[in-house]
Design a protein around this ligand. Structure first.
Ligand code: SAH
Ligand code: AVI
Length: 337
């Protein structure tokens, strides 16, 4: 209530936000299916999207601030330097961001659109409801007149939930190197589907971590403070809670190593002793031998050639390539072929 005149406050912020959720009981089924599928394979594996409940999203934000984790600050540095140029070249007024998280990088692009006078709408899509809602609320307060259309969903399944363009040129962003969390075939299929969101005037802005000294990469995924280890183990907390399982979480050690053949980092969880895990909700008993490993994430590192090849296979064409002075990280601007 407005104490001065007794009227209800104008709900400016709330009016500017629409949130559409595609994650209902089906989300739990997806986790159950992934667990059933991944933990009954000869080499156990889980997809990384299940890291990101509210605790996982918070742990990821802490990772972004770690001295060892260079991708976030490097991508932010490139974006800060290039955002005005990107907006001037694309004329973009709408930003669609897949895997938006805390939307820190979106702010750099939205500010550039604001300066250019083109800013209309931000469309974040993320599986993490908490991260999406918090960032939507903060952004409508920060940018006057900004409309936020949030989509809580899985970008592998719910790209249809992204609304049609609002008539302004659109930039579709997939930042942070998230594309590297998919193996090559899935990655190209996802890029092709993302290309389906682009009209002739629209562009994809893709962030990719680059191949470099393996020691630098491995340190980024095995920090001294142990935050990445906790992030990695979070997937077991999610399974214990959501599927009524009894993983002895502290017995699983964080493992991260660079695979030079695939040019990707792998994160695994290693059972320090043999254990039997009951996953009640899927009626599954899983045995882990002593030292057995469960793969929880790959994070591919790219070269310009590799990005171009993935784009070509997905019906996209590289237009601009931006990198930092040390060649740690790259941002690509691409259009539909
Ligand atoms: N773009 C941010 C966050 C990267 S972390 C940055 O660059 O810092 C990856 C983000 O993608 C997380 O917010 C996570 O919740 C989200 N995510 C991971 N897999 C997803 C999926 N399949 N569908 C939608 N969001 C996903
Ligand atoms: C979200 N994704 C790009 C991060 C990465 O670097 O692959 C996730 C992450 N895993 C460990 N640290 C950060």
């Amino acid at each position: 209530m407005d104490a001065a005149d007794g009227r209800e406050p104008l709900m400016d912020a709330a009016d500017a936000i629409t949130i559409d959720s595609f994650l209902d009981e089906a989300a739990e089924r997806v986790l159950a299916d992934d667990v059933l599928d991944g933990l009954t394979r000869p080499f156990k594996e889980l997809p990384p999207k299940h890291f990101y409940d509210s605790r996982g999203s918070e742990l990821f934000e802490r990772i972004c601030e770690l001295p060892e984790y260079y991708p976030t600050r490097t991508e932010l540095e490139i974006l800060t330097e290039r955002a005005d140029e990107i907006v001037a070249e694309t004329g973009a007024g709408e930003l669609v961001e897949l895997g938006s998280g805390a939307a820190e990088k979106a702010r750099v692009l939205l500010s550039a659109m604001d300066r250019a006078g083109t800013l209309t709408r931000y469309v974040p899509l993320d599986v993490s409801e908490s991260a999406l809602e918090e960032s939507a609320r903060a952004l409508v307060d920060e940018y006057e007149g900004l409309e936020v259309y949030g989509v809580i969903g899985d970008f592998e399944r719910h790209l249809d939930g992204v609304p049609d363009g609002d008539g302004h040129a659109r930039l579709v962003a997939l930042l942070g190197g998230t594309i590297g969390n998919f193996p090559p075939g899935t990655r190209r299929r996802l890029l092709r589907r993302i290309g389906g969101l682009l009209g002739d005037e629209d562009r994809l802005l893709l962030g990719t971590d680059l191949v470099k000294d393996p020691a630098v990469i491995e340190a980024a995924y095995d920090d001294a403070e142990g935050v990445t280890a906790e992030f990695n183990r979070n997937v077991l907390h999610v399974i214990n809670r959501e599927l009524n399982a009894n993983f002895p979480i502290e017995q699983f050690e964080h493992v991260a190593f660079f695979d030079p053949d695939h040019e990707w980092i792998e994160m695994r969880l290693r059972a320090s002793e043999a254990c039997t895990v009951e996953i009640e909700q899927v009626g599954l008993t899983v045995e882990f031998g002593e030292g057995e490993e469960l793969r929880t994430e790959i994070s591919a590192k790219f070269t310009r050639q590799r990005v171009e090849a993935d784009f070509a296979a997905a019906g996209l064409a590289l237009e601009r390539w931006f990198t930092d002075d040390d060649g740690l990280f790259a941002l690509s601007l691409a259009r539909r072929q």
